[in-house]
Design a protein around this ligand. Structure first.
Ligand code: SF4
Length: 342
């Protein structure tokens, strides 16, 4: 069975012409799958019944059904637990900003990367998502909310660059003028730092925003928090980021989760400032979300501000991320984990 939502329009044309269909049918099918976000062939009324039957016999449409939905009473953030066709669950979060809706998507079921502060990795890795399953998360949420989603952040469960081919396929389809027609500038890809893949992505010359989960400015500390650092250390990571920035002309964004007593000391701020010097970058400070199993907490508001101000005084472009959906456990992996425990 062919996963039809993951195919490009060109691949759809090849498939349908092999079946003896005129080329324009591929355009109609792509429109149903991506502009209208159809989840079944039966609703594609402008396709001949015989073609719909053949599609249903030889292909399937990747879906992401709403298993649970939580709406924040504080800021309207919506958190979804999506059920995929094989019963696996992933999370997606829709956030409301002045410039419109933004969705944070999952790219894998579970994660192999083992970051010590992250709930998504606690139960290990199950499988990677297909491009169609990533797209389905947007279409389902958009249909459910009755609103257009104009920004995408690949920062949910999983390491996007560990699922490189499907993520690229996703980006190509979601930016297609025949589909959602999202601007690549409205897509952010977040990685824990797979340097070879960062360079490969830079060579694709897609103007998407690269966001690095940095979280520690010293190698010994990052080795402990993020095992990926033992494979690619901070110096190698910064080299890859510089390459990305030079190739794409885009500034790189660094995510830095503040964990009380671990990485929020003045020495950490000074070292972080040093790393960012001479570099087109931005630092996003994120007070850690308490996850029972990790035992981490964040410092007081005053301590967080002090850390930020110390960076800014040293010329770093640093902001503290507003906590959205604080009342609905919006941190990545927490809802899926609760479901596993039930
Ligand atoms: S932070 Fe990202 S890369 Fe690290 S374990 Fe969690 S999902 Fe994986």
């Amino acid at each position: 069975m062919t996963d039809i939502r993951s195919l490009s329009q060109g691949e759809l044309e090849d498939l349908l012409t092999q079946w003896g269909q005129p080329r324009y049918r591929a355009g109609q099918l792509f429109d149903w799958l991506h502009k209208k976000g159809a989840d079944s062939f039966a609703e594609m009324k402008n396709l001949p019944a015989a073609l719909r039957e053949q599609l249903a016999g030889e292909c399937f449409i990747a879906t992401a059904a709403v298993e649970r939905k939580l709406v924040s009473q504080l800021d309207g953030t919506v958190k979804y637990l999506f059920r995929l066709r094989d019963g696996e669950m992933v999370e997606g979060v829709v956030m409301r900003y002045k410039h419109g809706l933004s969705i944070c998507l999952s790219t894998q079921v579970g994660c192999k990367m083992g970051c010590s502060f992250c709930a998504s990795t606690l139960a290990g890795f199950v499988r990677s998502l297909t491009a169609g399953e990533m797209l389905a998360q947007i279409y389902t949420a958009s249909r459910d909310l009755g609103e257009r989603i104009g920004n995408v952040v690949l920062m949910g469960i999983g390491e996007p660059l560990d699922n490189y081919e499907q993520v690229l396929r996703f980006i190509r389809n979601v930016t297609s003028p025949k589909g959602l027609d999202l601007s690549p500038r409205h897509i952010t890809l977040s990685t824990c730092g797979l340097c070879d893949q960062i360079r490969r992505l830079a060579d694709e010359q897609l103007p998407i925003t690269l966001s690095i989960s940095l979280h520690a400015p010293f190698d010994e500390m990052r080795d402990r928090l993020m095992p990926v650092n033992r494979r690619y250390n901070i110096a190698q990571l910064l080299d890859a980021c510089r390459y990305y920035s030079e190739k794409t002309g885009r500034r790189v964004s660094f995510e830095y989760t503040l964990i009380a007593g671990v990485n929020d000391t003045p020495a950490c701020a000074d070292r972080l400032a040093q790393l960012c010097r001479g570099f087109l970058s931005h630092v996003n400070l994120i007070p850690v979300n308490a996850v029972e199993e990790t035992g981490y907490t964040h410092g007081s508001e005053r301590e967080i501000r002090a850390f930020q101000e110390r960076l800014v005084r040293q010329g770093v472009n640093a902001t503290v991320r507003r906590t959205l959906g604080a009342d609905i456990s919006a941190a990545c992996g927490q809802l899926r984990r609760q479901e596993q425990h039930n």
